[in-house]
Write a protein that binds this ligand. Structure first.
Ligand code: PAF
Length: 311
């Protein structure tokens, strides 16, 4: 256990359990913000909410291997621990983050963890029915990895409340169901997406983009907003709204940039995440997308996701 200038840094499960046990006995509420680091204003808004709503706040920083497929960007995923700790120490004025959990991979996966699912051993968690669509189509092991690590983290930290960002809309639905179905005694809080001034959703993967590309990527949220306006116009005429007109409009706008590759644009039921053909006012839909855009000084592409909620 080490103390950076202001924050307690916990590295093992038993250190977190010790820290938490004292707070249970003092009847203190604990807010938990799980992250993979490379912190940005989006994470800070989750932390801020947790500081507001709880006596104590703990943040985890752990790049979770099991949510990456062998061909994905695990090795290159931004790891910026010193900067992350500086942000956590300097960003919040009234109240400070109390602890940061920074485990090693061997602490979270004592049996080791292969990125090849067929070689994995041990217990894994899957939220069936909500993990296969949207992000799950091209990232079939993603939510199994997220659900597994979030279950582990929730069992370790046992927070009163846990915080996630709306930008990862499907992740929020998966985690809500996970917590409910496995009867984990924590409240899931979903916090609004934080955006750059041009509208681009904050994401650790924005670090892959040049300044100019970030500006160009602002078209993604503009397109989602256009889709939402189209929905609102049609909704006012009464009755259900055909999702295809919204999806087509969004695709048209995004594809004006021929370097962008649209992986999907979808309108999904807010709870079941099933495709919605006719959007019913009052029930609404999550309109989400994944777009691949050129990375800075590389021939590879970065995959950005975003969404807008229709009411
Ligand atoms: O959203 C993320 O950063 C990750 O998926 C999470 C929830 C920290 C699990 O690794």
């Amino acid at each position: 256990m080490t103390i950076s200038s202001k924050i307690l840094i916990l590295r093992t499960v038993s250190q977190v359990r010790q820290w938490r046990a004292k707070l249970f006995s003092d009847n203190q509420s604990v807010g938990f913000v799980p992250t993979m680091g490379a912190l940005h204003a989006g994470h800070c808004s989750l932390v801020r909410k947790s500081l507001e709503e709880n006596d104590k706040t703990i943040v985890s920083i752990f790049v979770n291997p099991s949510q990456f497929a062998p061909h994905e960007d695990l090795d290159n995923y931004p790891r910026t621990l010193d900067r992350d700790l500086e942000i956590l120490e300097s960003e919040f004025s009234d109240k400070q983050v109390d602890a940061v959990f920074v485990p090693k991979v061997s602490e979270m996966y004592p049996n080791g963890i292969s990125l090849d699912i067929d070689k994995q051993k041990g217990a894994f968690v899957n939220v069936h029915g909500l993990s296969e669509q949207l992000e799950g189509i091209t990232r079939p092991q993603f939510f199994r990895g997220v659900s597994t690590v979030v279950t582990k983290l929730l069992n370790i930290v046992q927070p009163t409340r846990v915080y996630f960002g709306q930008k990862d809309a499907q992740q929020c639905v998966v985690i809500n169901n996970l917590v409910r179905d496995l009867m984990i005694p924590t409240k899931v809080r979903v916090v609004q997406t934080v955006r750059e001034s041009n509208g681009l959703a904050m994401s650790s993967r924005n670090e892959y983009l040049s300044k100019e590309m970030k500006d160009r990527c602002s078209i993604i949220y503009k397109a989602l907003k256009e889709g939402a306006s189209l929905y609102n116009e049609n909704r006012e005429k009464g009755g259900k709204v055909n999702s295809s007109i919204i999806i087509d409009r969004i695709k048209d706008i995004v594809s004006q940039n021929d370097e962008f590759e649209i992986e999907y644009v979808a309108a999904s039921h807010p709870e079941s995440l099933e495709d919605v053909e006719l959007i019913e006012p009052g029930v609404g839909a999550i309109v989400s997308c994944a777009i691949k855009v050129p990375k800075e000084s590389s021939t590879e592409k970065a995959r950005l996701i975003d969404n807008i909620i229709l009411q």
